[in-house]
Ligand binder design. Structure first.
Ligand code: ADP
Ligand code: MG
Length: 301
């Protein structure tokens, strides 16, 4: 097959591993810098151009679109969809996953476990917003933060009020969330490919840190999932419409709770924690599923 990986750089661990896995399985693979693609939006003959030439027809693309380039990156991925190319994660699903609020709303409709969450633009009653998610301590999050930046723990209702007011003063979109204390500064990353959890790890935050992000000094180890955790991760991926994603769960007293679903999951942490060939599993998924013109959301934006 002819596969393209949309990525800013060949040198990123995940990109390198995906490229290797394609080659190992006898596929042709190009790494294409998403921001250097430009689009020819012509009636009936959409195309993607790159370095002065039209890109060839690929059987599949693997979008690795960082949070900072979501708008342009999803436009490029969408253009490939319009050309009938199989896209591992559809552009709409990527856009959906980038907005934490939108993701939680969709997950809540399907009854998937979530930390109780509130969202408000100009609440005239911040006290009630806080009370409604169970009071302090609580977590306040920027809607489009990543890598733990923009996630704050407020110990008291007073602190929560000040932080909410400060963020709102900056016109930042935030959500407030029940603090799942019993998770103990750890979360579970489930790597889902094609409706199956293919690898899972537990990430533990550094000493005194409630955020388990590896970028914030967390450490990772292999973990065995319960049946309920496995089902929750698979269902969350399905609701989001993602074939390849990282579903992050908190282990709460009320069962697994989904915190977020990441549409460009990093491979370095999970492959080194589990010793599994996750990149290879994605290529297997592509081999089985890449059919032309299979984007379900065509025409629906
Ligand atoms: P980011 O997108 O920046 O990674 P997350 O929502 O994943 O933001 O939060 C970062 C980390 O903070 C999580 O991995 C988790 O360890 C911790 N965390 C987030 N929300 C909660 C919560 N409601 N209760 C307990 N811990 C939380
Ligand atoms: Mg996270």
């Amino acid at each position: 097959m002819k596969i393209a990986i949309l990525s800013r750089s060949e040198n990123l661990y995940s990109t390198r591993r995906l490229k290797e896995a394609c080659i190992e399985r006898g596929h042709e693979v190009d790494v294409i810098d998403t921001l250097h693609c430009y689009m020819d939006i012509t009636s009936s003959r959409p195309a993607v151009r790159y370095h002065g030439e039209e890109l060839p027809k690929y059987d599949a693309i693997v979008p690795r679109i960082g949070a900072s380039i979501t708008y342009y990156g999803t436009a490029v991925a969408r253009q490939f969809e319009m050309m009938g190319t199989f896209n591992v994660n559809e552009s709409v699903a990527i856009s959906r996953s980038r907005d934490k609020l939108r993701s939680l709303q969709l997950l809540s409709r399907k009854g998937i476990g979530l930390p109780r969450t509130g969202f408000a633009s100009k609440p005239d009653n911040i006290k009630d917003l806080i009370k409604n998610v169970g009071g302090a301590p609580l977590v306040i999050k920027l809607l489009e933060g990543t890598q733990g930046i923009g996630v704050v723990l407020a110990d008291t209702a007073k602190a929560a009020e000040s932080i909410i007011e400060a963020f709102m003063g900056l016109k930042a979109n935030i959500l407030v969330q029940e603090f799942v204390k019993e998770a103990g500064g750890a979360d579970i990353r489930c790597l889902v490919i094609g409706g199956r959890v293919v690898a899972a790890m537990k990430r533990q935050g550094a000493e005194g840190e409630f955020r388990s992000n590896l970028h914030r000094g967390g450490t990772a180890e292999i973990v065995k999932l319960t049946k309920e955790e496995r089902e929750t991760a698979v269902n969350a991926a399905k609701v989001m419409g993602l074939n390849f994603c990282g579903v992050d769960l908190l282990r709460s007293n009320n069962g697994p709770m989904v915190m977020e679903v990441n549409s460009s999951p990093g491979l370095e942490g999970i492959e080194s924690a589990t010793g599994l060939d996750v990149a290879g599993k994605l290529v297997e998924f592509i081999e089985k599923n890449a059919k032309p013109n299979s984007t379900r959301t065509r025409g629906k934006g």
